[in-house]
Design a protein around this ligand. Structure first.
Ligand code: G
Ligand code: MN
Length: 301
């Protein structure tokens, strides 16, 4: 039934038992159990990665990223089991937990002096599709006391592409509640630009695929330039993802990106480490660009 619903309803999903299916089901059950216990005992956790201003005015936002502490492999990306979270619907409670935890941290960092900090949280299409998604966000904001305007939700183009009336309503309600919306991995999904004018978005995050081969790849530079022009023309903030070296940084700044994120500045780090980074105003304060880059690179090494 779940599968048929996910495939857009009005279709069949045939249940067929076989050793492979039993194996898959056992695996799915194991994942569910692992996630449930992991949330309780801290094996599922959040890492935080700064998004820094391109002109050296410091950390403007922090993206919360879901991580899994594996006894053998250390802290790893959950990319391997996110599809399973999606399929099983577990992404909904996990996503709520993520949002709550990130907002709670954001509030604490704002209280410690990072007054303008924005907390950026990824939202999966499945989460967004929940009928009470807007209420959930409002509840999380109320529970954690994160001030209005300090939560940014990163959504993928898929959510915005062919919006249902419910989607339109949710987006309006979120923006009315003071939530910022950013399009994640911009440029990789679809080429429709129509949705950009229909939604009161805040930011575009340029996918790292366009950043990776800068500054050598002129095609990538042309695409980045076009996205920046498009974003700025629409009054949006443009962030570049996956910035790994200083040449990319300089090129992206030349192309007009407003902010950047990537290993050049910092890898995703544990909350305690981020608390330390944010507590050093000299490091990310209103330093001149060149000095800021030098300081930022030192953090990475
Ligand atoms: O889809 P989204 O953009 O939210 O994905 C973020 C992921 O990208 C995180 O898992 C994060 O660890 C990873 N990431 C962050 N910075 C960099 C970077 O500079 N290079 C690469 N290759 N990956 C990065
Ligand atoms: Mn993201």
């Amino acid at each position: 039934l779940q599968m048929a619903k996910q495939q857009g309803r009005n279709c069949f999903a045939i249940y067929e038992d076989s050793p492979t299916h039993r194996e898959q089901r056992r695996y799915a059950v194991a994942i569910v159990e692992e996630v449930q216990s992991g949330l309780k005992d801290g094996r599922i956790l959040l890492a935080y990665q700064p998004i820094v201003d391109a002109e050296g005015h410091g950390i403007v936002a922090v993206e919360a990223l879901l991580r899994r502490a594996d006894p053998d492999r250390g802290v790893i990306s959950p990319a391997g089991f996110i599809p399973l979270l999606e399929q099983s619907g577990l992404i909904v409670p996990v996503g709520r937990w993520t949002m709550h935890e990130a907002c709670r941290r954001g509030r604490a960092w704002i209280d410690k002096g990072a007054e303008d900090l924005v907390m950026s949280v990824n939202v999966s299409p499945r989460q967004f599709a929940e009928p009470d998604f807007v209420q959930t966000v409002a509840a999380v904001l109320a529970e954690t006391g994160l001030p209005r305007g300090h939560l940014q939700l990163e959504v993928t183009e898929g959510i915005l592409l062919e919006p249902t009336p419910q989607t339109l309503h949710k987006i309006d309600a979120l923006v009315a509640a003071g939530v910022r919306l950013a399009v994640d991995d911009f440029g990789m999904g679809y080429s429709s630009l129509a949705y950009l004018k229909r939604f009161p978005l805040h930011a575009l995050k340029i996918d790292r695929m366009f950043v990776r081969d800068l500054p050598e790849q002129r095609q990538d530079a042309a695409i980045v330039r076009a996205i920046v022009d498009l974003g700025h023309g629409l009054g949006l903030h443009v962030t570049a993802e996956g910035v790994e070296d200083a040449d990319q940084f300089h090129e992206l700044r030349r192309l007009g990106c407003d902010s950047m994120q990537g290993y050049l500045f910092a890898r995703p780090v544990a909350a305690a480490e981020m608390t330390g980074v944010l507590a050093q105003p000299g490091r990310f304060g209103a330093a001149p660009s060149e000095a800021a880059i030098a300081m930022i690179s030192r953090i990475t090494s």
